[in-house]
Write a protein that binds this ligand. Structure first.
Ligand code: MG
Length: 232
Protein backbone atom coordinates (compact mmCIF):
# COMPACT_ATOMS: atom_id res chain seq x y z
CA UNK A 1 0.00 0.00 0.00
CA UNK A 2 1.29 3.45 -0.85
CA UNK A 3 -0.30 6.87 -0.53
CA UNK A 4 -1.83 8.75 -3.40
CA UNK A 5 0.20 11.79 -2.39
CA UNK A 6 -0.87 13.86 -5.42
CA UNK A 7 -4.43 13.91 -4.12
CA UNK A 8 -3.54 14.99 -0.58
CA UNK A 9 -4.31 18.60 0.29
CA UNK A 10 -4.98 18.21 4.04
CA UNK A 11 -2.74 16.46 6.57
CA UNK A 12 -4.60 15.71 9.82
CA UNK A 13 -2.71 14.66 12.88
CA UNK A 14 -3.66 12.92 16.06
CA UNK A 15 -2.08 14.68 19.07
CA UNK A 16 -1.19 12.37 22.01
CA UNK A 17 1.76 10.10 21.13
CA UNK A 18 1.74 11.41 17.56
CA UNK A 19 2.93 14.97 18.25
CA UNK A 20 4.02 14.58 21.86
CA UNK A 21 4.63 11.95 24.54
CA UNK A 22 1.57 10.88 26.47
CA UNK A 23 1.28 7.14 27.12
CA UNK A 24 4.54 6.94 29.13
CA UNK A 25 3.03 9.50 31.56
CA UNK A 26 -0.10 7.36 31.98
CA UNK A 27 1.98 4.19 32.48
CA UNK A 28 4.06 5.96 35.16
CA UNK A 29 0.89 7.17 36.93
CA UNK A 30 -0.61 3.67 36.79
CA UNK A 31 2.48 2.26 38.51
CA UNK A 32 2.14 4.85 41.30
CA UNK A 33 -1.54 3.89 41.60
CA UNK A 34 -0.76 0.15 41.81
CA UNK A 35 1.67 0.93 44.65
CA UNK A 36 -1.23 2.39 46.68
CA UNK A 37 -3.01 -0.98 46.52
CA UNK A 38 0.00 -3.27 46.76
CA UNK A 39 -0.84 -4.72 50.19
CA UNK A 40 -4.23 -5.85 48.77
CA UNK A 41 -3.59 -6.60 45.09
CA UNK A 42 -0.69 -7.74 42.94
CA UNK A 43 0.27 -5.31 40.18
CA UNK A 44 -1.44 -7.59 37.66
CA UNK A 45 -4.66 -7.73 39.69
CA UNK A 46 -4.68 -3.97 40.15
CA UNK A 47 -4.05 -3.50 36.41
CA UNK A 48 -6.96 -5.78 35.51
CA UNK A 49 -9.30 -4.18 38.01
CA UNK A 50 -8.47 -0.65 36.85
CA UNK A 51 -8.84 -1.59 33.18
CA UNK A 52 -12.26 -3.17 33.80
CA UNK A 53 -13.39 -0.05 35.65
CA UNK A 54 -12.13 2.20 32.85
CA UNK A 55 -13.96 0.14 30.23
CA UNK A 56 -17.18 0.17 32.28
CA UNK A 57 -16.90 3.97 32.64
CA UNK A 58 -15.93 4.80 29.05
CA UNK A 59 -19.46 5.60 27.82
CA UNK A 60 -20.20 7.68 30.91
CA UNK A 61 -16.92 9.54 31.43
CA UNK A 62 -15.27 9.36 28.00
CA UNK A 63 -11.50 9.53 27.43
CA UNK A 64 -8.84 11.59 29.13
CA UNK A 65 -7.11 12.24 32.42
CA UNK A 66 -10.22 13.18 34.43
CA UNK A 67 -11.98 10.00 33.43
CA UNK A 68 -8.83 8.00 34.22
CA UNK A 69 -8.61 9.68 37.65
CA UNK A 70 -12.25 8.86 38.48
CA UNK A 71 -11.68 5.23 37.48
CA UNK A 72 -8.59 5.01 39.71
CA UNK A 73 -10.62 6.44 42.63
CA UNK A 74 -13.46 3.99 42.00
CA UNK A 75 -11.01 1.07 41.85
CA UNK A 76 -9.39 2.18 45.13
CA UNK A 77 -12.78 2.57 46.86
CA UNK A 78 -13.72 -0.95 45.73
CA UNK A 79 -10.44 -2.30 47.14
CA UNK A 80 -9.77 -0.36 50.35
CA UNK A 81 -11.93 0.61 53.34
CA UNK A 82 -12.50 3.59 55.60
CA UNK A 83 -9.63 5.91 56.36
CA UNK A 84 -7.29 4.04 54.04
CA UNK A 85 -9.68 4.46 51.08
CA UNK A 86 -10.06 8.19 51.80
CA UNK A 87 -6.26 8.62 51.94
CA UNK A 88 -5.84 6.76 48.67
CA UNK A 89 -8.57 8.88 46.98
CA UNK A 90 -6.76 12.06 48.01
CA UNK A 91 -3.45 10.72 46.73
CA UNK A 92 -5.09 9.70 43.42
CA UNK A 93 -6.47 13.23 42.97
CA UNK A 94 -2.88 14.48 43.24
CA UNK A 95 -1.72 11.88 40.71
CA UNK A 96 -4.44 13.09 38.31
CA UNK A 97 -3.54 16.75 38.82
CA UNK A 98 0.16 16.00 38.28
CA UNK A 99 -0.68 14.16 35.08
CA UNK A 100 -2.70 17.16 33.83
CA UNK A 101 0.22 19.46 34.59
CA UNK A 102 2.90 17.30 32.93
CA UNK A 103 4.95 19.48 30.55
CA UNK A 104 4.45 18.81 26.85
CA UNK A 105 7.46 17.11 25.29
CA UNK A 106 7.31 17.01 21.49
CA UNK A 107 8.41 13.80 19.80
CA UNK A 108 11.67 14.10 17.82
CA UNK A 109 11.49 16.16 14.63
CA UNK A 110 7.77 16.99 14.94
CA UNK A 111 8.02 20.78 14.78
CA UNK A 112 10.53 20.77 11.91
CA UNK A 113 8.43 18.26 9.96
CA UNK A 114 5.22 20.26 10.32
CA UNK A 115 7.03 23.49 9.40
CA UNK A 116 8.26 21.86 6.19
CA UNK A 117 4.78 20.54 5.34
CA UNK A 118 2.87 23.72 6.03
CA UNK A 119 3.70 25.62 2.81
CA UNK A 120 2.23 22.77 0.75
CA UNK A 121 -0.53 21.29 2.91
CA UNK A 122 -3.35 22.42 5.19
CA UNK A 123 -2.49 21.01 8.60
CA UNK A 124 -5.13 20.06 11.18
CA UNK A 125 -5.41 18.23 14.49
CA UNK A 126 -8.11 15.72 15.36
CA UNK A 127 -7.80 14.54 18.94
CA UNK A 128 -9.97 13.08 21.66
CA UNK A 129 -9.81 13.50 25.45
CA UNK A 130 -10.51 16.26 27.96
CA UNK A 131 -11.28 19.52 26.13
CA UNK A 132 -9.39 21.71 28.58
CA UNK A 133 -6.38 19.38 28.81
CA UNK A 134 -6.05 19.01 25.04
CA UNK A 135 -6.37 22.80 24.56
CA UNK A 136 -3.63 23.38 27.13
CA UNK A 137 -1.29 20.85 25.54
CA UNK A 138 -1.84 22.33 22.08
CA UNK A 139 -1.15 25.79 23.45
CA UNK A 140 1.98 24.64 25.36
CA UNK A 141 3.26 22.68 22.36
CA UNK A 142 3.93 25.88 20.41
CA UNK A 143 2.46 24.14 17.35
CA UNK A 144 -0.94 25.85 17.35
CA UNK A 145 -0.05 28.52 14.72
CA UNK A 146 0.73 25.70 12.26
CA UNK A 147 -2.80 24.27 12.34
CA UNK A 148 -5.64 25.67 10.29
CA UNK A 149 -8.15 23.53 12.11
CA UNK A 150 -8.32 21.84 15.51
CA UNK A 151 -11.03 19.31 16.35
CA UNK A 152 -11.26 18.01 19.94
CA UNK A 153 -13.86 15.26 20.02
CA UNK A 154 -15.10 12.80 22.62
CA UNK A 155 -14.39 9.73 20.47
CA UNK A 156 -12.91 8.97 17.06
CA UNK A 157 -15.03 6.58 15.04
CA UNK A 158 -16.01 6.52 11.37
CA UNK A 159 -19.12 8.65 11.79
CA UNK A 160 -17.17 11.29 13.73
CA UNK A 161 -14.54 11.48 10.95
CA UNK A 162 -17.31 11.64 8.31
CA UNK A 163 -18.99 14.57 10.00
CA UNK A 164 -15.69 16.42 10.48
CA UNK A 165 -14.74 15.99 6.79
CA UNK A 166 -18.25 17.03 5.73
CA UNK A 167 -18.13 20.13 7.95
CA UNK A 168 -14.76 21.06 6.44
CA UNK A 169 -16.26 20.57 2.97
CA UNK A 170 -13.15 18.62 1.90
CA UNK A 171 -13.28 15.45 -0.16
CA UNK A 172 -12.03 12.67 2.18
CA UNK A 173 -9.64 11.28 -0.47
CA UNK A 174 -7.78 14.60 -0.26
CA UNK A 175 -7.19 14.04 3.45
CA UNK A 176 -4.35 12.11 5.07
CA UNK A 177 -5.03 11.12 8.69
CA UNK A 178 -1.86 10.39 10.68
CA UNK A 179 -1.68 8.85 14.13
CA UNK A 180 -0.26 6.30 16.55
CA UNK A 181 -3.51 4.43 17.12
CA UNK A 182 -4.57 2.08 14.36
CA UNK A 183 -7.90 1.67 16.12
CA UNK A 184 -8.93 5.30 16.55
CA UNK A 185 -6.74 7.32 14.17
CA UNK A 186 -6.24 5.22 11.06
CA UNK A 187 -8.90 2.53 10.48
CA UNK A 188 -12.00 4.69 11.11
CA UNK A 189 -10.59 7.62 9.07
CA UNK A 190 -9.82 5.26 6.18
CA UNK A 191 -13.35 3.82 6.50
CA UNK A 192 -14.61 7.41 6.17
CA UNK A 193 -12.75 7.68 2.86
CA UNK A 194 -9.49 9.35 3.93
CA UNK A 195 -5.98 8.09 3.33
CA UNK A 196 -4.16 6.89 6.43
CA UNK A 197 -0.66 6.74 7.90
CA UNK A 198 0.00 4.72 11.02
CA UNK A 199 3.00 5.51 13.22
CA UNK A 200 2.96 2.85 15.97
CA UNK A 201 4.17 3.92 19.41
CA UNK A 202 5.48 1.69 22.14
CA UNK A 203 3.44 1.46 25.29
CA UNK A 204 0.05 1.85 23.61
CA UNK A 205 -2.90 1.66 26.03
CA UNK A 206 -4.46 -1.82 25.94
CA UNK A 207 -7.80 -0.34 24.82
CA UNK A 208 -6.17 1.17 21.71
CA UNK A 209 -4.60 -2.07 20.57
CA UNK A 210 -6.06 -3.90 17.61
CA UNK A 211 -5.04 -6.53 15.02
CA UNK A 212 -3.17 -5.30 11.97
CA UNK A 213 -5.18 -6.24 8.86
CA UNK A 214 -3.52 -8.58 6.33
CA UNK A 215 -4.06 -6.18 3.44
CA UNK A 216 -3.60 -2.78 4.99
CA UNK A 217 -5.38 0.18 3.39
CA UNK A 218 -2.93 2.63 4.96
CA UNK A 219 0.82 3.17 5.09
CA UNK A 220 2.92 2.34 8.14
CA UNK A 221 5.70 4.77 9.04
CA UNK A 222 8.46 4.61 11.64
CA UNK A 223 8.26 8.25 12.69
CA UNK A 224 6.42 11.46 11.87
CA UNK A 225 9.55 12.72 10.09
CA UNK A 226 8.92 10.00 7.44
CA UNK A 227 6.01 12.15 6.22
CA UNK A 228 8.63 14.33 4.51
CA UNK A 229 9.69 11.37 2.37
CA UNK A 230 6.17 10.34 1.38
CA UNK A 231 4.69 13.83 0.94
CA UNK A 232 7.46 16.13 -0.34
MG1 MG B 1 -2.68 9.18 20.00
Amino acid sequence: MSLNAKKITHVCLDADDTLWENEPNFRRTEREFYALLKHKLTEREAEDKLFQTEMANLDTFGYGVKSFTLSMIETALNTLDGEEAARAARKILDLGKNLLQTPVILLPGVKETLEKLTPKYHLAVITKGDLLAQERKLEDSGLLPLFGRVEIVSKKDTSVYRSIFRAWNVNPENILMVGNSLKSDVLPAVAAGAQGAWIPCEDNWKHEQTEEPENPSYVKLNALTDLLTVLL
